[in-house]
Design a protein around this ligand. Structure first.
Ligand SMILES: O=C[C@H](O)COP(=O)(O)O
Length: 231
């Protein structure tokens, strides 16, 4: 499993990089679960880290044009992984239109860039499309990775909304579609053995490596501890 760590600034990005993250995922929690950071922050991180850079473009509603333009911005700023949250999206048709626009914008710019379609494990409480509907639509739209994160960051974990069988079904559906799969959402150290059974390709964390409070700064010792558990 690759380790994706989500820093909010250059200092945290360097700690994530040197601590053992495989993917440095720039985001801005002030603007939501998958809130977008500024292009100059993505550019600065890209210039300083050795690992592939990911950038979130926001928790989106049904705005395919806005989403595709934001995705191009993230790619142009240097993100190898461009990650969108399908937040206020209820249907497969809406999800497809948003994702297809993003894929076209990003892959026309550079066909080697990776598009990540993120749904939410707590889809029922936020009223978004169920996660299990996403692998097929993400594949049809030309995405590379499908994931779930929590939409509301109140400390409740993805495991509280999708049990192991449902998460396993999500990972298996992604793989059956030829996609990689990422799982995130207030993952705790105690969840790692279960994740090693479920076998997503990527796990995403922030709060865990901030000592439990994702508004605090990322700590090198906690990334190193997590890295050692994954090796
Ligand atoms: O993409 C991963 C997220 O940033 C996970 O954040 P979290 O572990 O604080 O829920």
């Amino acid at each position: 499993m690759k380790l994706l760590v989500s820093p909010i600034n250059i200092e945290e990005a360097i700690i994530a990089d040197t601590g053992g993250a495989d993917i440095v995922d720039v985001k801005n929690p002030k603007e939501g679960s998958l809130g977008a950071n500024f292009p100059w922050v993505i550019q600065a991180v890209k210039a300083r880290v050795t690992k592939p850079v990911s950038a979130t473009i926001g928790d989106f509603n049904y705005k395919p044009g806005t989403a595709s333009l934001a995705a191009l911005g993230a790619a142009a700023a240097g993100a190898e992984y461009v990650k969108v949250g399908l937040y206020d999206i209820q249907t497969e048709a809406q999800a497809y239109e948003v994702l297809a626009g993003i894929v076209k914008a990003v892959k026309t710019y550079d066909r080697n860039r990776i598009v990540v379609a993120s749904g939410y494990s707590d889809y029922a409480r936020i009223g978004s499309i169920p996660a299990l509907k996403l692998p097929a639509v993400a594949q049809r739209a030309g995405c590379d990775v499908v994931m779930v994160d929590t939409g509301i960051k109140d400390g409740k974990s993805t495991f509280e909304f999708m049990g192991q069988p449902e998460l396993q079904a999500f990972v298996d559906a992604a793989h059956a579609e030829g996609l990689q799969c990422a799982l995130a959402g207030s993952i705790k150290f105690k969840d790692i053995p279960v994740l090693q059974e479920i076998k997503p390709d990527i796990i995403g964390v922030r709060g865990l490596v901030c000592g439990g409070d994702r508004t605090e700064a990322i700590r090198a010792d906690l990334i190193e501890k997590l890295r050692a558990m994954l090796n």
